[in-house]
Ligand binder design. Sequence first.
Ligand code: GLU
Length: 332
Amino acid sequence: MTSSPTPSSNPSTQPFPNGTGRYAPSPSGDLHLGNLRTAILAWAMARRGGKPFYLRVEDLDRVRPGAAERQIADLAALGLDWNASPGASSETVNGREAGVLYQSTRLAAYEQAVAQLREANLVYECFCTRREIQEASSAPQGAYPGTCRELTEAQREERRAQRPPALRLRAECTSYTVQDDFYGAYTGLVDDFVLVRNDGAYAYNLTSVVDDAFVGVEQIVRGDDLLPSAPRQSYLAQLLGLAQPRYAHVPLALNTEGKRLAKRDGAVTLPQLREAGVEIPTILGWIAASIPVYNADGSAHSADVPVPNAAAILERFDPARMATEPWVVRDL
Ligand code: GLU
């Protein structure tokens, strides 16, 4: 699973903060139970304070045709609602749902951000192959060793003839600290990470930062597999002069072997579960128990009790009492 540390229980001060939120799936396939739970939490964290909540489809990479539409339909079926995102079309066009921001429509904004960084001399071309990076052992685990950082213009000219470059950030620090509502202060690695891949695609760490700031996200709620990315992203936001969001990374769903829940674990997506005769209130009952939400008498919600819709979870949702351990999904 993840190398993240164990979250402490609510290190923030009361009342638990909330803010404009978002859910930003990659349309690589149907959402599974863990993704659906994260989406509900992201929605509930924003909505409990009456804040806007946006959907963003991260469709620059790994796109499976029809997946975004299915993901959006699943979220609506659970009872989630979202605001029309700044920058989104007000009509459904070419299969792109009205009100949802699609990253494939945002290329000019990413280009502008890269131009801003270039202007500040914070970008350089990198010609390394993945193998070369793996073989350079001097850098800390997972960090780019800086091989191409100080190439001369003549050297770059020569390398360009062999291979198109990726663009990397010329980072001026090696670690950065973010505030996470579940993990507290989290310090993680910042290296010269990729902004634009060598096939020309804008990298996730760039696009998510640009888009979160563009729509005014104040609190990023997502799976804690992405916690190690938060320092890079927050640092980049600072370099671009953008507002720093808070973070609230939530534990992942695991299978009974303790591995991250995956499609091969059985019926784990909404269409699969419905096909198997499991209705939405039953699924929401499991998710309510996993959070958990609490009943009026103070008892935790039982996984056997159906919940009609996401609004019923929101009514009883208290992030200060949320489980900080992964959700182990049993018996599918
Ligand atoms: N698109 C990413 C994913 O599905 C999530 C990005 C984010 O929430 O920052 O894993």
